[in-house]
Design a binder for this molecule. Structure first.
Ligand code: DOR
Length: 331
């Protein structure tokens, strides 16, 4: 998920820590987190924003660029950095420093493979000639299949998958390939972007897809297959930058993500599969111990706040002003 930096941390970190005992923290700050030292300094800033007495472990990542040296991977692994994120340059928010060609990062990927450090992938091509809704499926064909073949021992997580093609690929790709699925891609199809007018708070990347894809994601998430696990990609932006002529991509769900996932699993009749999706498959894939704490959710309608303070601006969460049918009552 995206925690951002500076004043934003004061809003986002307490929400996150109230829901999750740890989180994989995306490195797409400006400038991006590209060294072990920066990751540790960012981690310290995050920890300062954790409310007193709340246990929360930020799991740090590095941002791959065309020039990230392989030696930095070794330093990062020693510093406890858990993964590196691949943003194809231009694919999404703050990805301009990202990778322009996978051939530029071969030595770095080899170092990651050696260290057992997972590669987290924003899986979309960036070519303007590829339809926005096809960019994930085309990325799999053009890049992921080759990456998987060339680095057979590298752990790869295809992040925030949105298509039936991605779910099918990951299901067949073997034990070193996994995928995360967001709450918003499980809850909504692309109609949500246009119902009654253009609705910027439903805009994220990869963009919401057709209903057949949402159904494929629900099937994957609730299947019990350990290749699929929770990853919110919660991405806060100030409301005025989303409600804008070229609004920012990102849905903010950190305040109520677990309740949203619960709603989806309940509607699919698969509440018994929720715990493993949320709490077992991810740490098992990363080789981290499972958390031992427990949370309790109750079927109880409640209304989350419509907006939160966010630095100098405000933050409107996904589904602002709507009741949620499940509520976390203890942790
Ligand atoms: O919608 C998104 N927002 N997708 C991403 O990949 C990045 C994120 C952000 O950082 O805002």
């Amino acid at each position: 998920m995206h925690l951002r930096d500076g004043a934003a941390l004061k809003t986002v970190v307490p929400h996150t820590a109230a829901q999750f005992a740890r989180a994989i923290v995306m490195p797409n700050l400006r400038p991006p987190i590209t060294t072990a030292e920066q990751a540790l300094a960012y981690r310290a800033r995050i920890l300062e924003a954790v409310p007193h007495g709340v246990p929360f472990e930020p799991l740090m990542t590095l941002y791959l660029t065309d020039r990230l040296p392989p030696e930095e991977i070794t330093r990062a692994a020693r510093a406890g950095v858990v993964a590196c994120k691949l943003y194809p340059a231009g694919a999404t928010t703050h990805s301009d420093a990202g990778v322009t060609d996978l051939r530029h990062i071969s030595a770095t990927l080899e170092a990651m493979q050696r260290e057992g450090m997972p590669l987290l992938v924003h899986g979309e091509v960036t070519s303007p000639d590829i339809d926005l809704f096809d960019r994930e499926a085309v990325f799999i064909e053009r890049h992921l299949v080759g990456l998987r073949r060339d680095f057979p021992e590298l752990k790869i997580v295809l992040e925030h998958i949105t298509t039936r093609e991605a779910a099918a690929y990951v299901r067949e790709a073997g034990p070193l390939t996994a995928a995360t699925i967001t709450a918003h891609h499980l809850l909504y199809n692309r109609n949500a972007l246009f119902t009654g007018g253009i609705r910027p708070h439903y805009y994220c990347l990869p963009v919401l897809k057709r209903e057949i894809h949402r159904q494929a994601l629900i099937e994957a998430a609730t299947s019990g297959d350990s290749a699929f696990f929770l990853g919110t990609d919660s991405a806060p932006h100030a409301a005025h930058l989303k409600e804008h002529a070229s609004g920012c991509a990102g849905c903010y769900t950190a305040h109520a993500a677990i309740e949203m996932y619960t709603e989806v699993f309940d509607a699919a009749g698969a509440l018994d599969k929720l715990e493993a999706f949320a709490s077992f498959h991810g740490p098992d894939f990363y080789g981290l111990p499972r958390n031992t704490g427990r949370i309790q959710l109750r079927r109880e309608s409640w209304l989350p706040p419509e907006r939160f303070a966010f630095g100098d601006g405000e933050l409107k969460p996904l589904r602002a002003g709507e009741n949620l049918p499940w509520r976390m009552v203890s942790h």
